[in-house]
Design a protein around this ligand. Structure first.
Ligand code: HEM
Length: 139
């Protein structure tokens, strides 16, 4: 079967490479698709209060890989993260830290470890229990 030279060379390169790591981070930060991609802005996925179907959903467009080697833990991790976030927010108010001099809240900038997995660097925040009822659940 004849293939265009470019494709043939690419396939040869892939076959002789011991492992191939795709870069979901680049795909999911494509400025042609996501406006200001480095900005933490969950609202980018909404339009008029509804999910905007014209903005690709990261969970199906790269974050968990593709095809036969797609991450088998994607449903478990999505449900677990949702339950964890819901439990924390139901029990605690998670607030930005206050400036020691002015007492005003300090705007937090997201800083991440620039590694294979981008995890947040340590940051200050003010975590307060939401009610006496929440406190009794924790005891
Ligand atoms: C937010 C959490 C997670 C993310 C972002 C994630 C992402 C990924 C990605 C990008 C791959 C590579 C897919 C590819 O080769 O194209 C992968 C593979 C894999 N993940 Fe996850 N994953 C997560 C959680 C989990 C969990 C909770 C489990 C297990 C309980 C898991 C088990 C696996 C396994 C076994 C593979 C290898 C699949 C294979 O090569 O056939 N992952 N994951």
């Amino acid at each position: 079967m004849s293939t265009p030279r470019g494709i043939h060379l690419m396939m040869t390169a892939i076959q002789s490479t011991p492992s191939l790591i795709h870069k979901p981070r680049s795909i999911l930060h494509d400025p042609k698709i996501y406006e200001n991609p480095m900005e933490f802005n969950p609202d980018r996925f909404l339009k008029d209060g509804q999910l905007d179907p014209s903005i690709p959903d990261p969970t199906t467009s790269g974050a968990f890989g593709y095809g036969r080697r797609v991450c088998p833990g994607r449903a478990l991790s999505g449900e677990t993260l949702f339950l964890m976030a819901a439990s924390v927010l139901a029990t605690f108010d998670v607030l930005p830290p206050k400036d020691e001099k002015t007492g005003l809240p300090v705007y937090l900038e997201l800083e991440t470890l620039n590694s294979v997995i981008a995890s947040p660097l340590p940051f200050k925040c003010d975590i307060r229990i939401r009610s006496g009822e929440c406190a009794s659940i924790l005891q």
